[in-house]
Ligand binder design. Structure first.
Ligand SMILES: NC(=O)c1ccc[n+]([C@@H]2O[C@H](COP(=O)([O-])OP(=O)(O)OC[C@H]3O[C@@H](n4cnc5c(N)ncnc54)[C@H](OP(=O)(O)O)[C@@H]3O)[C@@H](O)[C@H]2O)c1
Length: 251
């Protein structure tokens, strides 16, 4: 029997990066998967690549009406689910005195409000004994230009703990995965130019004690550990960051 045989899993933000790597690992393990994304081009590409193995749904995680429609669709397709993993987020890096209201609202609308309401609205579909896995960011020291993004994720860290407390009664474990620098197509920084993204990439390799970026497969492995194997973990934030938050960085 495969590792995830008979498991039904929803991945919010599964069209590329860590979410897609997690979807692929789930499919390899025999799970039934429903993934979401918001970009129509990515939705079409993933549908073509993954075929009938997975339900691919366009759903804007910052829109309450989309989230409610998604809940109806998942309820029709799957009935109940074993695990919900939430990856969707956006990062816009700029010094605090350059942050506009629009940029602040975009990041909080998806990363914070979206994560909250996806978990709230889909929780009734999660089987007792199932799990929710949020995605935050490594709890390393404050870095310039990341005030709003870090703020959005600090709230999600808090959601993981309080949802964990409130869902104890149903045996649903709730945790957060906290990546460091990870080699995804966007590096989580879709709004940056390729040149600036390369600079961020080089800095990531330099400041990470293990002197490299993590791979999406390494993050998927951590995500699936929290979702299925970590049966005595709830309310935790698990850094997967090459030692960035815990170990002195060698020169
Ligand atoms: N990469 C890193 O180094 C890094 C480091 C720390 C934390 N993280 C966090 O890890 C998570 C995944 O990062 P990543 O680099 O894999 O991200 P990513 O490549 O930018 O992908 C994020 C996913 O979210 C989806 N998405 C974007 N806007 C959406 C919306 N409005 N509604 C629904 N889905 C939406 C994207 O799909 P479409 O584009 O197709 O809509 C994609 O599937 C994020 O929470 C990020 O903040 C990343």
């Amino acid at each position: 029997m495969k590792r995830f045989e008979n498991k039904k899993v929803v991945v919010i933000g599964g069209t590329h990066g860590m979410g897609l790597a997690t979807v692929k690992a789930l499919i390899d393990g025999g799970a039934k998967v429903c993934l979401t994304g918001n970009n129509p081009g990515n939705i079409d590409r993933v549908k073509a690549d993954l075929g009938a193995n997975v339900s691919v749904i366009r759903s804007d995680a910052s829109s309450l009406s989309d989230i409610d429609r998604l809940r109806e669709t998942i309820s029709d397709v799957f009935g109940s689910i074993d695990a919900l993993l939430i990856f969707a987020a956006v990062a816009e890096f700029e010094p605090f005195d350059h942050v506009s209201e629009a940029s602040f609202d975009r990041q909080f609308a998806l990363n914070t409000k979206g994560a909250f309401f996806v978990a709230q609205r889909l929780a009734p579909l999660i089987k007792d004994g199932g799990s929710i896995t949020f995605t935050t960011v490594t709890p390393a020291t404050g870095s310039p230009t990341m005030s709003v993004y870090m703020g959005t994720k600090a709230a999600v860290r808090a959601f993981a703990r309080v949802f964990a407390a409130e869902l104890l009664v149903r045996g649903i474990r709730v945790n957060a995965l906290a990546p460091g620098f990870v080699d995804t197509p966007s590096l989580g920084l879709a709004s940056l130019t390729p040149e600036v993204r390369q600079e961020v990439y080089d800095i990531g390799n330099q400041v990470t004690p293990m002197k490299r970026h993590g791979t999406v497969e390494e993050i998927a492995s951590g995500a699936l550990f929290l979702a299925f194997d970590a049966t005595f973990f709830t309310g935790i934030e698990l850094p997967i960051d090459g030692g960035l938050s815990t170990v002195d960085c060698p020169e």
